[in-house]
Design a protein around this ligand. Sequence first.
Ligand code: ADP
Length: 472
Amino acid sequence: MRSGLKHYINGEWVESIGTETEDVINPATEEVIGQIALGTKEDVDKAVRAARAAFPSFSQTTKEERIELLERISEEYENRKEDIVETITDELGSPVKISEKVHYMMGYMHFKQAAESLREISFVEERDGHTRVKESIGVSGLITPWNFPTNQTSTKIASAFAAGSPVILKPAELTPFAAIILTEIFDKVGVPKGVFNLVNGKGSVVGEAISSHPDIDFVSFTGSGATGERIMKNAAETIKNVALELGGKSPLVVLEDADVEAAAKAAVGHIAVNSGQVCAAATRVLIPASMKQSFEAAVKQVLPKFSVGHPREGNRVGPLISEQQWKRVQSYIEKGMEEGATLLAGGTGKPEGIDCGYYAKPTIFTDVNNDMVIAQEEIFGPVMSIITYDDIDEAIEIANDTVYGLAGYVIGHDAETLRKVARSIRAGRIQVNGASANFAAPFGGFKQSGIGREWGDYGIEEYLEVKTIFGY
Ligand code: ADP
């Protein structure tokens, strides 16, 4: 059994003031793997006091000291690789290979990248008769979701540390244990007392206490749009800065000259990785009407290669995070059928031969109209909608016909069309031809996908204020 019964405040593991606990469940087996304490507002107050006390000295550390701290963290993070991979496999139900190649790796890259990006930031600049100084924004509250337990936490923490900002982290209650390993890493490498604080608990209690706390200067949140809105409202009362990374309904535009098999493989990959529980996943696949038949055939061929099943048994697709999420995905699949989309593969219920664990069938809908609910709402599961277009302007119009703007994808050959599509999609991050992730590149959304950017130098800037000094 794993334990998350203590919070970490002011450099120590401490008993929770809140006395309630909650079980954490492995979604692959439905077994209880541990418990967390459900913290209270008082636990948050205590953490904020510790962070406040740490602020004057941490915010005054030199850039070199903070680079060195981030490097020590990266090194110790590597030492904990096996634990991190095991933990994410158990708490998220992620296939072992994905736990290592995606989850472990992304967390590592954020600490490495923050050190690199920090080197490039000038904290004092003389410009046009005044001095510009970048200073830490203050005490930062970090609220993270369950879908990428190390990525979501590490990008926020690494950026905050780079900027000299003490933090209070509230990880998702469904996946708290990766954050506990991170806390052990910070403890081991000697992150100064009060600079990192962990308070476990519910969003409705601990999350609310953070977003409305008058002594917290900035809240960085990743999660659902509804919670993002709530956090922004709470933060407004004390004019707190916020960074919000919310949902998406990202398009993958397949060009006429694209390789059909490669495009089908990429599209299926989007709904398979992390069981489609990825905010930037391409869930609307836009294909030329002339390619419809060949693309559908290619998707049907590729799909069986993504075997669904136990994360430790070599499968490529694990379960969804919870029963609640499983039911939500089922209701969207039902909705798609009701709306008149054609079910090309998958459907409701559990995959054949599986009765335990929250597994869903990777589901492909075709003949989807962009007005349908399955094309407009974020499902957060392995469900693809195939939509046809007649010309590239129509493809762009459909791609942008969404309240979201987190990401966009384009696959094809003609350089001019690739560029036109990339430049026309209203979203924060456009990937061309499956290029691999660049951790220096800003990540964040347009429109209702959020406010602010994470990763690299832009990520660090979120935790900095600009001061101008003139007169001497
Ligand atoms: P998801 O659908 O990904 O679970 P949520 O927005 O519900 O998205 O959760 C993301 C994070 O936000 C979690 O850590 C959750 O506990 C927290 N959270 C939920 N409700 C609130 C709230 N009212 N205030 C602050 N944080 C919240």
